[in-house]
Design a protein around this ligand. Structure first.
Ligand SMILES: Cc1cc2nc3c(=O)[nH]c(=O)nc-3n(C[C@H](O)[C@H](O)[C@H](O)COP(=O)(O)O)c2cc1C
Length: 217
C-alpha cells in the first residue's frame, strides 16, 4: 500500500472480529513504529503487549474500575476549549451518537466501556514512558503512535488508540506488573476490523487547511 492510500484510509475501529492476530505481525507493526523520530533518538517508548487470557483479565479489571469511577470521555483540557475545537468534536461524533441512540446507548457509555475492553480487539498495546522524561517527550510517544496505527493499517489490521484507560493507570500497573516509575501514556486496540458492524462504517471528517494553517510569506 502506498503511503498516501494508508494515510487517507486509516481510521479508528470500534468493532473487531475475533480472528486472532499472529505474534509476528504485531512484532512487525512495533518494529515499524520504532522507526518513528524521537528527540536525540532516545526512543522513550516502552511497550507492553497483552493478548489472550491476560487481556481478558485486564479488561475485567478495567471494566470494574470504570463502573466504580466512570471517568468521563473528555479531551482532558485544562481550560474550556475555544468554540471551533468543541464544534469539531461535536460534529465528528454526531453520526456515531445517532447510530448508538438506535441501540439505546449513549456515546459516553459506549466509548467509556468500549475503551476499557479495547473494543473486543484480540491485542492490546500499552505504550509507557519513564517518568524521568520531561513532558515534551510525549511528542515522541505521539510520533510512535502515528507510525504504529499507519503500519497496522498497511498490514491489514485495524486499530483504535485508547487514551481513556490512562485514568486507570494504577490498575493497569498492578495487573501487568509495570514499575511505578513508568507512566502508562496510551493504549492501542489492534485486530481485524469487523466490517459487518455498522460501527465500522463511521469515519471522522477533517477541516480543510484554512481551518488550521496560517501563512506568512
Ligand atoms: C491520544 C488519543 C487518545 C484517544 N483515546 C481514545 C479513547 O480513549 N477511546 C476511543 O474510542 N478513541 C480514542 N481515540 C481515537 C480518536 O477518537 C480518533 O483518533 C479521532 O476521533 C479521529 O478519528 P480517526 O482515528 O478514525 O481518524 C484517541 C486518539 C488519540 C490520538
Amino acid at each position: 500500500m502506498d503511503l498516501e492510500t494508508a494515510i487517507e484510509n486509516r481510521k479508528s475501529y470500534r468493532a473487531f472480529s475475533s480472528r486472532p492476530v499472529d505474534q509476528e505481525l504485531v512484532e512487525e507493526i512495533l518494529r515499524r513504529a520504532g522507526r518513528a523520530p524521537s528527540a536525540l533518538n532516545v526512543q522513550p517508548w516502552e511497550v507492553t503487549v497483552v493478548m489472550g487470557e491476560e487481556l481478558e483479565r485486564l479488561t475485567r479489571r478495567l471494566l470494574r474500575a470504570y463502573r466504580e469511577r466512570s471517568v468521563a470521555c473528555t479531551p482532558g483540557a485544562v481550560r474550556p476549549l475555544p468554540a471551533r475545537f468543541q464544534k469539531r468534536r461535536r460534529d465528528s461524533f454526531r453520526p456515531l451518537a445517532r447510530l448508538l441512540d438506535r441501540e439505546h446507548l449513549t456515546l459516553d457509555a459506549f466509548v467509556g466501556e468500549g475503551s476499557c475492553r479495547f473494543y473486543g480487539a484480540p491485542v492490546a498495546i500499552l505504550i509507557c514512558m519513564d517518568e524521568a522524561f520531561s513532558k515534551e517527550r510525549y511528542l515522541c510517544i505521539g510520533a510512535f503512535l502515528g507510525y504504529l496505527v499507519l503500519s497496522a493499517h498497511d498490514l491489514g489490521l485495524a486499530t483504535c488508540p485508547v487514551g481513556l484507560i490512562s485514568a486507570y493507570e494504577e490498575d493497569i500497573r498492578e495487573q501487568l506488573n509495570i514499575p511505578e516509575a513508568k507512566r502508562v501514556v496510551i493504549g492501542v486496540a489492534i485486530g481485524y476490523g469487523d466490517e459487518s458492524s455498522p460501527l465500522s462504517q463511521f469515519s471522522t471528517p477533517r477541516d480543510p487547511l484554512e481551518g488550521y494553517v496560517r501563512w506568512f510569506m
